[in-house]
Write a protein that binds this ligand. Structure first.
Ligand SMILES: C[S@@+](CC[C@H](N)C(=O)[O-])C[C@H]1O[C@@H](n2cnc3c(N)ncnc32)[C@H](O)[C@@H]1O
Length: 287
């Protein structure tokens, strides 16, 4: 027993020195390490392009961000006058930048778990970074938000964190508000696509069952009003859009958006770069 405690203490001490803490899976703040902050900024600067375009170019399909924004526009998402917008996990802000341009007068708050990126977004886009515990929107009052959204977040974080966020999204939207996010579901994964994910060495994807997610929101009083597909890695994710408001329900374009052409062949992948990221889900960084 004493040897076990000694070994545990030694491991904990060593990890603390490196800025990590040992915690049982599911208890630590659920997070997946995002791309390195300084290195990404430097690389984008060197190429003379925006950080968003750099990320599209290097770890997604060029133009994928704009394509998703165009789909949202086509669904009429930006036709309304949003007063308060909340985004979970904006990362580099590649969606934030474009959405903020369309809704310039809205109060825009973010829940981003990586402090460097959160701080940078505050300075660059003048958004409000709320304290982020990795699973709740605790600084946002109930029924206060017009549009709560996330991109490529529930495709990779532990499912318990995703469902806690789903609860929270349903809590914070106004009666006429909109919830939008993408997931990798059974429509997005087949054996060939799985093989491509293996080939590029990306181990982060998490699959959520489509109908289960829709039923979950239905129980919370919000209904699917639209969907579209978007490129992620060598595959695709499906955007699901929900609202409780009758007007939105009556104009729903559910299940009619075409699957865009996913230009995987044009992608440049750093082979096997994120092989260890699956283990990082179990660590929470204390610095
Ligand atoms: C794959 S990135 C996507 C970033 C951005 N939305 C985009 O599409 O470029 C996932 C983002 O979620 C953040 N994240 C990871 N776990 C989180 C959590 N539990 N709560 C909030 N943000 C989280 C990461 O730091 C990162 O910014």
């Amino acid at each position: 027993m004493r040897i076990k405690r000694y070994l545990r203490n030694s491991v904990e001490f060593t990890l603390r020195q490196a800025g990590y803490e040992l915690a049982p899976l599911g208890v630590s703040a659920p997070k997946l390490s995002f791309i390195p902050f300084k290195k990404t900024l430097r690389s984008a600067q060197k190429l003379g392009i925006s950080v968003g375009d750099y990320i599209d170019r290097t770890s997604n399909v060029p133009g994928a961000t704009q394509q998703a924004i165009d789909q949202m526009q086509a669904l009429g998402i930006f036709d309304r006058d949003f007063q308060r917008i909340c985004e979970i996990g904006p990362g580099s802000g590649r969606y934030l930048e474009k959405i903020k341009q369309k809704c310039s007068s809205a109060y825009y708050e973010i829940y981003e778990i990586e402090p460097d990126w959160a701080q940078w977004l505050v300075e660059t886009y003048h958004v409000t970074a709320q304290p982020c515990d990795g699973k709740s929107l605790s600084s946002t009052p109930s029924k206060s938000v017009d549009f709560v959204h996330a991109h490529k977040v529930f495709t990779c974080i532990p499912i318990m964190a995703s469902f806690q966020y789903f609860n929270e999204m349903a809590r914070v939207i106004k009666d006429e508000g909109i919830i939008l996010f993408d997931i990798i579901n059974e429509n997005c994964l087949d054996h060939d696509t799985l093989e491509k994910w293996f080939q590029v060495g990306y181990f982060y994807p998490v699959m959520l069952a489509r109908q289960f997610v829709i039923d979950y929101f239905q129980n919370l009083g919000v209904h699917l009003i639209g969907n579209f597909y978007s490129a992620i890695g060598p595959g695709k994710s499906e955007y699901l859009i929900f609202s409780s408001h009758k007007v939105w329900r009556d104009t729903a374009i559910e299940e009619t958006m075409a699957i865009p052409n996913i230009g995987f062949e044009n992608m440049r992948y750093p082979q096997k770069r994120y092989r260890f990221s699956i283990y990082l889900v179990e660590c929470s960084c204390s610095s």
